[in-house]
Design a binder for this molecule. Structure first.
Ligand code: PLP
Length: 350
């Protein structure tokens, strides 16, 4: 890995962050707060939240076994994705490399930040080759994006290729583990010490059942996390989100139960899907969704919409021709989907 100073945009490296009232006062014992122009009434919503989310990071630290100062929290993992571009990629000069197909936000953020986005096609088993990604990179490649289990394909990426990339790439590797809770593959959080160029993303939006509160996590070296903290909005995670996340963390046993149930439901749903005349192939999944190749994805998608059932049409995505991405729902939702598809007759709904 190149020195972090070389990987960081010079303006960001030199930036002195905005210091909020809540940043400057670090004591714990004051009882009169007249420093932030807040309204003294309407407790507790009158006060700015903790800009560094200390209580929440302390709890998360226990669960994830990562020190609090190596955790970044943002308004969804989408914030972390945007911030890594803004921190490390000089617009119109630097570039990033990513697997294809994968989560669309990596490319959207590249375009917003005017950074070249280089896609490297996965193989027919939806696996990547570290050598191919490295071959697509050059001296201006700051980031490589990986996603495991990958969205929309659902499979885990091969650990040995991820390790090879981490060892061979001199920029930063962003590994998105949004669906890791559903996979048997161990998280790369355990390997943060081994790979100073690794940034792991996780989220409260999937297994934790908290998409509405918008809370994403990035885990990396202290140095990388400090840069992200320096450029984030001061109060990027609001009080309601911090409180709700704390409450959810105390009920982690419920999350474990959801994950177990969803994995069982996924198996049921895959089995039923396989029997449908309109199914061509089901791709193996380690997530709370699966990709299915259909006889005619576009037509089946609009038929399902007319039945009040929304799935994700991935027909126009690389390697996903005629594919639908199906999120696993409750038993009842899954049954409704299957029943509707049983009523579907190929060629009749055009
Ligand atoms: C759903 C998803 C996320 C979550 O994004 P949030 O902004 O945290 O809701 C991140 N990465 C991938 C690959 C996803 O599919």
């Amino acid at each position: 890995m190149k020195p972090l100073k070389e990987l960081t945009r010079p303006n960001i490296w030199q930036l002195k962050p905005y210091s909020s009232a809540r940043d400057e006062y670090k004591g714990a014992t004051a009882s009169v707060f007249l420093d932030a122009n807040e309204n003294p009434y309407n407790t507790p919503h009158n006060r700015y939240p903790d800009p560094m989310q200390r209580d929440l990071k302390k709890e998360l630290s226990k669960i994830k076994k990562v020190a609090p100062d190596r955790i970044f929290l943002g308004n969804g993992s989408d914030e972390a994705i945007d911030l890594v571009y803004r921190a490390f990629c000089e617009p119109r000069t630097d570039n990033v490399v990513a697997i294809d197909p994968t989560y669309g936000m990596y490319q959207v953020c590249a375009e917003v930040n005017d950074v070249e986005y280089r896609k490297v096609l996965l193989d027919e088993e939806f696996q990547f080759s570290a050598d191919k990604l490295l071959a697509a990179s050059d001296a201006h490649t700051k980031l490589v994006f990986l996603c495991s289990p990958n969205n929309p394909t659902g499979n885990d990426l091969l650990r040995r290729e991820i390790e090879k990339l981490l060892g061979g790439f001199d920029g930063l590797v962003v590994l998105d583990e949004a669906y890791n809770d559903f996979s048997e593959a161990p998280s790369f959080l355990e390997d943060l010490d081994k790979y100073p160029n690794l940034i792991v993303l996780q989220t409260f939006s999937k297994a934790w059942g908290c998409a509405a509160i918008r809370l994403g996590m990035a885990f990396a070296s202290l140095e990388i996390i400090s840069i992200l903290n320096k450029i984030k909005y001061p109060y990027n995670v609001n009080l309601l989100t911090q409180k709700q996340a704390m409450e959810t963390l105390y009920r982690y046993y419920e999350v474990e139960h959801w994950v177990k149930t969803l994995k069982e439901e996924r198996e049921n749903l895959e089995k039923e899907f396989a029997k449908l005349p309109c199914t061509v192939h089901i791709f193996p999944s380690n997530a709370n969704f699966f990709l299915a190749r259909m006889t005619d994805a576009v037509n089946i998608y609009s038929y399902l919409v007319s039945e009040g059932i929304i799935v994700r049409n991935r027909h126009s995505v690389s390697l996903c021709g005629n594919c639908l991405r199906i999120t696993v729902g409750t038993r009842m939702e899954n049954e409704k989907l299957i029943e509707a598809l049983r009523r579907f007759r190929i060629g009749e709904h055009l």
